[in-house]
Write a protein that binds this ligand. Structure first.
Ligand SMILES: [Zn+2]
Length: 172
């Protein structure tokens, strides 16, 4: 006779015995498929903006500690964005923080996705690069893969200084 509980036990024991291996496998799979995963999530999010917002809010409500931790990490990773947020105060500041933070953005994934090319001037970047928010955080742009792009530090700064649309390649 088929025993569901027993089957569950077997699966559980297998997972426990192979926890390390499974974790590494999952990590490797995510790394190898990061571009595909991001593209898929991005597409889905674009097609379901209302649901994306709801899911995000529910996640924040259910994981207040994790969310705070992520925000802290985000602010240390992007000190220039901290200025955008700290320029505001009180209610507006809290709203800004809550609204802009969508997900953890791994700079290495952005680098790979954008194929090491500055998305502002379309030239390759070197070791030093910025993760630019396409719509600035101060203008309500979200901290998410959809709203970030790889950029030369100089191009990023010029963009925010409202320089002309087309920028010269800094290393050409
Ligand atoms: Zn550039």
């Amino acid at each position: 006779m088929y025993n569901k509980t027993k089957k569950y036990e077997v699966a559980k024991r297998y997972r426990e015995r192979n926890a390390q291996h499974l974790r590494e496998y999952k990590k490797r799979w995510h790394k190898e498929n990061s571009e595909r995963i991001i593209a898929k999530v991005k597409l889905w999010n674009e097609e379901h903006p209302e649901q994306t917002r709801k899911t995000k809010r529910r996640w924040i409500e259910e994981n207040p500690e994790k969310n705070k931790e992520s925000q802290r990490r985000w602010l240390t990773l992007y000190p220039e964005k901290r200025k955008d947020v700290s320029r505001q105060s009180g209610q507006k500041r809290r709203a800004l923080l809550k609204d802009v933070f969508v997900e953890d953005v791994d700079p290495r994934i952005v680098f790979e996705r954008d194929k090491g090319t500055c998305q502002i001037c379309k030239c390759p970047v070197e070791d030093d690069f910025h993760i630019d928010h396409i719509i600035p955080v101060s203008k309500g742009g979200e901290h998410s893969y959809v709203n970030v792009q790889l950029a030369h530090p100089s191009c990023n700064l010029k963009k925010h200084a409202k320089m002309p649309e087309r920028l010269e390649c800094p290393i050409a």
